[in-house]
Design a protein. Structure first.
Length: 664
């Protein structure tokens, strides 16, 4: 297994490099990532290349059996680029160029920037193609889909629209430009939405797609060169998992595997739902195992910074990623730098460069991972449940969230995810168009943009025996963000056995006080719950009512949550948001029972389980994410790989402790 650190030899005097390499080797590290911000060292002036700094560093690392991933350095342009070529700088909506002096300030459609990007990529690839310890590449750094409003981007967007729609008639129909008389009579009239609130929703959605596409193209130009010159190297990119402005599935289609940067929020100790969920999303980008290219190594922040990972937490968050299908991991970063904006983004080593507690914990983890690797290699997560994650719906909802504080990613999807986590069931997070036949359960939170083909795909899934859980804002929009002209939930009405003739936001607008409804369990769900945010007024057409609205006379006829037998499967619908996690625990319990899915064990609260399997092997990871000792009922007579002991019927884990039980 590849495990190591993000390393910046350009930050340190050469005399230190040998010490760094020696300490890394002693820690059990065998890989570094380098170079992603070092463009100016490799091309100090246009067309003059100098790779000597990295040649020397690579040579020292090689002597210590440490391999390297090189970053194409286009995430941070040299000063000479900005000085010579002002068109490389992105424009803000007010048409001011972005200032040089931070990073990621480039325009992605600038022909100059694209040419410079191809040149440095090719020069690096040619130079390092035969360097024995270079094993792969990271493109750029954290593509984010952020827009630029320059003339070049505008012309490119207009071309993109022409290529997509062919005729202005088709575009005008697709976007519904009859509204406000915004019909286009020429391609170069197409405007750029400067903000998300006031422009045509079809224009907005395509603008988001375009900006995502533009960065995918930019990366593709680099990938093409890397594949041509270095066919034996892998190519990946460090995504930001749930970052909502770029379609990482498209971006990763050109890569060998997906990677991500894991910075859990270190507040008071909490169950690590978020990093688990992000890992499952990233694994879904290519539906295969992934790497963590930047793993939290210490307190992080650019001005104020967060808390220190407590003893055991560096190891715990590393095991969590391994448990979710991580096959390579690098800590960000090796050593806190004494200069620059990230002085306080602490590394495994502090400013003093001494190998202290954080280093030792990472070293222990690395040694354990490498020892476990023969058991882990070739295994992955085979989840029985999928959650659908749809970029079009996220892009479209950014401009029309339907109700205030509609926090889809941080909260909404997580209501279902967290309940599955608590039930001890692994989850895949995939596109609505993915092959769903392998999943017993599919959950579709706020699947807002729903082309007819996808609706048929979901209906077919249920007909053949799948269990579908859908909820609010399902199928409101067409592929071009027009409202479907059908009674909701449109083509899925029969599958779900309901109609929704009316609905409302409960958050209100213009300063209205938010309202709430009481919801009571009626069948297979029991208790009283609080509905907030949004309410569908659901009329069952054959569906069972699992929960209904109870405290307001006008809501009594309507259902809040339903379940319907359809074909060989089941269609569930949740028409509101419930404050109490208990609701989702009961719902997921019923769903899993209908789908005949059982977790290997039901963990105590704060204990996470995840299974990796494949190549005839099956490993159960158990993670104690609490500060208390936890005792977990486990299958007995199995080998726990870290202690080497056979399990009894109960296993006790210390605070932040982990176990890896070999089930097969
Ligand atoms: C991101 C970047 C790194 C570094 C860290 C910490 O993940 O990829 O270069 O900036 O954040 O700020
Ligand atoms: Zn631009």
């Amino acid at each position: 297994m590849r495990i190591g650190v993000d390393y910046y030899p350009e930050h340190w005097p050469k005399e230190r490099w040998l010490t760094d390499a020696r300490l890394m080797k002693e820690a059990g590290f065998n890989v570094v990532r380098m170079g992603e911000f070092a463009w100016v060292f490799m091309e100090p002036e246009e067309g003059r290349y100098d790779f000597s700094l990295f040649d020397e560093a690579l040579e020292i690392l090689a002597r210590h059996d440490i391999a390297a991933i090189l970053g194409t350095p286009t995430g941070s342009m040299p000063a000479w680029v900005a000085r010579k070529y002002p068109d490389c700088a992105a424009m803000k909506p007010d048409r001011q160029r972005r200032n040089w002096g931070i990073r990621k300030t480039n325009c992605f459609s600038s022909g100059t920037y694209r040419l410079l990007s191809e040149r440095i990529t090719r020069a690096m690839a040619e130079h390092f193609k035969n360097t024995p310890n270079v094993i792969g590449w990271q493109t750029d750094n954290e593509f984010d889909g952020n827009p630029c409003y320059c003339d070049s981007c505008r012309a490119n967007f207009q071309d993109w629209c022409r290529a997509k729609y062919g005729t202005l008639d088709a575009l005008n129909r697709a976007w519904g430009t009859h509204f406000w008389g915004h019909r286009y009579g020429a391609w170069n009239e197409i405007t750029l939405p400067e903000e998300q609130h006031s422009y045509n929703p079809g224009l907005w959605l395509d603008w988001k797609r375009f900006n995502s596409w533009l960065q995918v193209q930019f990366q593709r130009d680099q990938v093409r060169i890397l594949r041509e010159v270095c066919p034996h190297h892998f190519v990946t990119h460090n995504t930001m998992s749930f970052h909502p402005s770029i379609n990482y599935r498209d971006l990763c289609a050109d890569l060998d595997f997906a990677s991500w940067d894991n910075y859990p929020v270190f507040g008071p100790p909490q169950i690590l739902y978020n990093a688990a969920c992000a890992a499952d999303l990233v694994r879904g980008f290519k539906q295969k195992n992934f790497w963590v290219m930047e793993q939290t190594a210490g307190p992080g922040g650019w001005g104020a910074f967060g808390r220190n990972p407590w003893p055991g937490e560096i190891r715990l968050i590393a095991y969590q990623q391994l448990a979710h299908g991580c096959d390579g991991m690098l800590w960000f970063n090796w050593r806190a730098c004494t200069a620059g904006r990230e002085q306080y983004w602490h590394g495994l080593l502090g400013h003093d460069g001494l190998p202290l507690r954080r280093y030792r914990e990472a070293a222990q983890t690395a040694h354990e991972f490498r020892k476990l690797w023969p058991e882990v290699e070739g295994t992955t997560v085979r989840a029985p449940v999928a959650i659908l994650y749809d970029y079009d719906s996220i892009f479209a909802q950014e401009s029309q969230p339907s109700f205030e504080n509609n926090t889809y990613i941080q909260d909404h999807l997580r209501r279902y995810y967290d309940a599955l986590f608590r039930a001890g069931v692994n989850v895949d997070i995939v596109a609505p168009t993915a092959d769903l036949s392998r999943y017993a359960v599919v959950i579709a939170p706020q699947l807002y943009v729903l082309p007819d083909a996808t609706a048929h795909h979901l209906a077919e899934y249920v007909r053949k025996g799948g269990v579908l859980v859908a909820d609010i804002r399902l199928g409101v929009k067409t592929e071009t963000s027009l409202c479907h002209d059908r009674t909701l939930p449109g083509l899925l009405s029969d599958t779900l056995g309901i109609v929704i003739e009316e609905y409302e936001s409960l958050t209100g607008i213009w300063g209205a006080k938010p309202s709430e409804y009481r919801v009571v369990g009626r069948r297979d769900i029991s208790g009283t719950f609080t509905a907030f945010g949004f309410a569908d007024w659901i009329t069952p057409r054959g569906a069972d009512v699992l929960a209904g609205y109870s405290d307001r006379w006008h809501m009594e006829p309507f259902a809040a949550a339903t379940r319907h037998r359809s074909g060989n499967g089941w269609g569930y619908y949740v028409g509101t948001i419930l404050r109490e996690p208990e609701f989702y625990d009961q719902l997921i319990g019923d769903v899993l029972a209908k789908a005949n899915v059982t977790g290997i064990l039901r963990p105590p609260v704060g204990v996470e389980v995840s299974v990796r399997e494949g190549a005839g092997k099956k490993l159960l990871f158990i993670l104690n994410e609490t500060e208390q000792e936890q005792t977990i009922a486990v299958p007995s007579g199995k080998r726990e790989l870290l202690s080497g002991q056979l399990t009894e019927s109960k296993l006790t884990l210390p605070r932040f402790g982990v176990a890896v039980v070999k089930l097969a």
